[in-house]
Ligand binder design. Structure first.
Ligand code: SF4
Length: 455
């Protein structure tokens, strides 16, 4: 029995979502071939050799990229049992089945993949639907990264002096205990999260450090969903991997609630924290159920700065509630908070993504602007009621695309010019601030929204 696990894209990281099922399947005696098509070509002979082919779909982009590959796999090996798993599989179950996927599994899929591999005639499980209350509680085992491209083939950490550090990644938890309305994790995990045991996390990091990683990016949706677990991980990390650094994603609310942990994170090697701020408009933050305010964001910036950890906020600046004035206000706020160097330019162009099963659809403001579900983009496309906002979005997107690797401050200023022009305002020079560059990942990530053109 040979299984082929396929990942199309995982934010420039070596996919945990291949390494973990690979370990489970190999332990069960299955021969496993892992193909990360973002880094390695997949030739037909590998497709033909597999009896079971499973697509890992952790995010929207990966799902869209999988579509032509699923068609190709069906042509090349029509007899193979086809599965899809990961966060976006249950969200797009109908679409996947129409494309010929037999089994749609959720993000906690390891055990079910092993069961399918053991019995390819087994009927497709129906439990992993978006409204399932039955997220399995797996007994995690150490991921097996054999066969994946080496860490230096993935996104790196760029230090302020321009030098690059090989980056690895792992997950200390999966899922999230929060219920933000725009987040694709919510319809699947519904406020639940799962903890990966400390020893397994540390062993997984050890393998990557041995392969050359000098920085680890924790891929948890929120590193402080389990603060005690996070503390244990951070302390073990520092003891076992001196000189290796890390980053994590932590929501603003948790940064304030666990402010005392920031110095521990810093002392254990945390270089920066990514936080999904999304908006500086308190009304929008309420609609998104983010659990923080603009003032909380400013306070979190101050706390991180005091602790010597960079805060790299992410945003969804273009929503149906965005106004031109509000967009300019956001730029001014980022400047005043001296965050221009900490915000990847793409974050200034993100447009709210309304995915299948999104709780956003329950909001009258969203229901009023969405068009019918588009099976090509896998979203509910929407237009802003003020066409000038959509025009600004397109202009900002163009600037970001054309900018390539231009300095962030330059891109920010160009965006500021078009945003002010849209209001008929002259551009104002920014005040001189510290503005030093911080460490950053060479492939800037974004969650819960994507910089795609919908029309
Ligand atoms: S946006 Fe972040 S905090 Fe909110 S539910 Fe998603 S992962 Fe959790």
């Amino acid at each position: 029995m040979r299984a082929l696990l396929v990942s199309t894209y995982d934010l420039g990281r070596q996919p945990f979502g291949l390494a973990s099922p690979a370990a489970w399947l190999r332990r069960a005696g299955v021969e496993v071939d892992c193909a990360d098509t973002s880094r390695q070509p997949l030739d037909d002979s590998r497709i033909r050799a597999a009896s079971m082919i499973a697509f890992y779909l952790p995010m929207h982009t990966a799902t869209r990229m999988a579509a032509p590959l699923i068609d190709r796999v069906r042509r090349v090996n029509p007899a193979a049992r086809l599965c899809a798993y990961g966060l976006y599989a249950p969200l797009n179950a109908g679409w996947l089945r129409e494309r010929g996927i037999h089994d749609v599994l959720g993000p906690e899929a390891e055990e079910e993949l092993v069961a399918l591999a053991a019995d390819l005639t087994r009927s497709a499980p129906q439990g992993a639907t978006p409204n399932s209350q039955n997220i399995p509680r797996l007994t995690f085992i150490q991921p097996d990264r054999q066969g994946l491209a080496s860490p230096d083939r993935y996104a790196s950490l760029q230090m302020p002096d321009g030098s690059l550090r090989v980056m690895g990644s792992t997950d200390a938890t999966r899922g999230c205990k929060h219920l933000c309305r725009h987040c694709p994790i919510v319809p699947v995990y519904q406020g639940q999260f799962r903890v990966v045991p400390v020893d397994i996390v540390i062993d997984d990091i050890r393998v990557q450090v041995a392969a050359g990683a000098r920085h680890i990016s924790f891929g948890d949706p929120d590193f402080l969903n389990g603060p005690t677990h996070a503390l244990r991980i951070a302390e073990r990390f520092a003891r076992e991997f001196p000189g290796v650094t890390y980053d994590a994603t932590i929501k603003i609310e948790h940064l304030l609630d666990h402010a005392e942990m920031l110095s521990v994170l810093r002392d254990t090697g945390c270089l920066f924290i990514t936080s999904a701020v999304e908006s500086i408009d308190d009304d929008v933050l309420v609609q998104l159920r983010k659990g923080h305010t603009r003032a909380d964001f400013a306070w979190a910036v101050a706390l991180c700065r005091q602790s010597g950890i960079r805060l790299t906020p992410t945003f969804i600046p273009f929503t149906p509630w965005t106004t031109l004035e509000g967009y300019v206000e956001m730029l001014d706020a980022l400047d005043e908070l001296d965050l221009v160097e900490d915000v990847a330019p793409i974050q200034l162009a993100i447009r709210l993504l309304v995915t299948a099963e999104s709780p956003l659809l329950e909001l009258p403001d969203i229901a009023a602007v969405v068009q019918p579900f588009d099976p090509t983009s896998l979203t509910w496309p929407w237009r802003h009621s003020d066409s000038r906002v959509d025009a600004l979005h397109e202009a900002v997107m163009r600037i970001v695309r054309d900018a390539g690797n231009a300095p962030r401050a330059e891109v920010f200023d160009a965006i500021s010019v078009v945003a002010r022009e849209s209001l008929g305002q002259a551009s104002a020079p920014r005040a001189q601030r510290d503005g030093s560059a911080g460490p950053r990942v060479t492939e800037p990530w974004y969650c819960c929204a994507e910089p795609m053109e919908q029309f």
